[in-house]
Design a protein around this ligand. Structure first.
Ligand SMILES: [Mn+2]
Length: 374
């Protein structure tokens, strides 16, 4: 078995670390020496132990590298969400440095922080004299203002390195895995390093996985996410994971007090597709009708935001997480063309309804990217 985490035992091993014959002996010997040099755990006799050690070495290496980083801060994308906030908290705990956020947390994260008895990372806007670790993004369009790419020393993320990745002159450590959340990757790092997460951070990690994977239903969900949900819930003492997830979704759905502009920008990301600047906002909600009723107000807010941000396209998705579909909004004909090219032309009441579409990362973003690049 690869990890001492229930649910992970049956996973396939990484093909790149399955060896055979004489080569195995040589590789294992090298791994053994490296493992000792880096303080990794003693080699076990099973092949699975070697795989764990191989991964452990990569993470041990990252830890060693970051120990020498001066004034390290961890930060997520421009507009924080639960995974980027938890990511900065977990990374700072595991690797040292200060957790930070570029601006205040959203209502879902507020709920999670309170429920978990955690605290918000500090808002940092001045990065002079700091070295920076990025969590939960790699796009230059999502880089918080004031960060000099020269000062970036690591990226821990689960997004595609497409569009316009941050242009970093130095060679740095990058840990990108195609898992459901950054928190899953960091929980795994902690596990590999033998670091036990405090109860409140285990709880924040759990909240992040549940948020990013929509309680393990999003197509981005992997077996690792499922296993670490169990593992972190145990550590955090949360028995009813579904209820926790439901309460987060309810907190996220409570948008009655927000202006249309705030709603568009609450979970918003900039991209560059086919040379075009594209903004995609999403609102995951259990009560889509509330936002559908406000769609004309939302559309005129989108018109303003588009002008203000000077972007080529702006798409907003009301994501119905209960019924597993999205209602896509646009503010002008050019954007409507993009939505129709990406999702088909089944227009109803000035929206396009996309059945089975709930993930910006896996579905909405790539569909728009394809529409604009073709
Ligand atoms: Mn994420």
């Amino acid at each position: 078995m690869r990890y001492p985490v229930s649910g992970l035992q049956k996973l396939d091993e990484y093909p790149s670390v399955s060896f055979s014959g004489v080569l195995t002996g040589v590789v294992l010997l090298l791994l053994g020496l490296m493992g000792r040099a880096l303080g990794a755990q003693e080699i076990s006799s099973s092949a699975a132990g070697q795989i764990k050690l191989a991964n452990g070495i990569a993470v041990n290496y990252l830890k060693k590298e970051l120990e020498s980083s001066q004034n390290l801060v961890w930060i997520g994308h421009k507009i924080p969400d639960t995974d980027s906030v938890s990511g900065s908290l977990l990374a700072a705990f595991i690797y040292g440095g200060e957790p930070s956020i570029p601006s205040k947390v959203n209502p879902e994260t507020r709920f999670a922080v309170e429920r978990c008895n955690a605290s918000d990372p500090k808002i940092i806007e001045d990065f002079s004299g700091k070295t920076v670790g990025l969590v939960d993004f790699n796009q230059s369009t999502q880089l918080p203002g004031g960060i000099d790419p020269d000062s970036i020393v690591a990226i821990i993320d689960h997004h595609a390195i497409g569009g316009s990745p941050v242009n970093i002159p130095n060679v740095i450590n990058i840990e990108v895995r195609p898992w459901g959340s950054t928190a899953t990757i960091l929980a795994d790092h902690a596990q590999l390093l033998g670091i036990e997460l405090p109860v409140n951070l285990a709880c924040m990690g759990l909240a992040a996985i549940l948020s990013d994977t929509v309680n393990l239903t999003s197509p981005t969900t992997t077996e690792y996410d499922k296993a670490y949900v169990q593992n972190l819930a145990n550590r955090a003492g949360i028995d009813d994971v579904n209820k926790f997830a439901e309460n987060m979704l309810l907190a996220k759905s409570d948008l009655g007090g927000f202006s249309a502009t705030d709603i568009i920008l609450l979970d918003y990301k900039n991209f560059e597709f086919g040379g075009k600047k594209v903004g995609i906002g999403v609102a995951e909600t259990l009560i889509p009708q509330e936002l559908i009723n406000r769609r004309y107000e939302l559309k005129s807010a989108m018109e303003e935001i588009k002008k203000e941000k000077n972007i080529d396209h702006l798409i907003f998705a009301i994501v119905d997480t209960r019924e597993n579909r999205s209602y896509l909004l646009w503010s002008d004909d050019q954007d409507k063309d993009v939505v129709v090219a990406a999702f088909g032309d089944q227009e109803v009441d000035d929206m396009v309804i996309a059945e089975g579409v709930i993930s910006r990362k896996r579905q909405i973003g790539p569909a728009i990217q394809r529409a604009l690049e073709n």
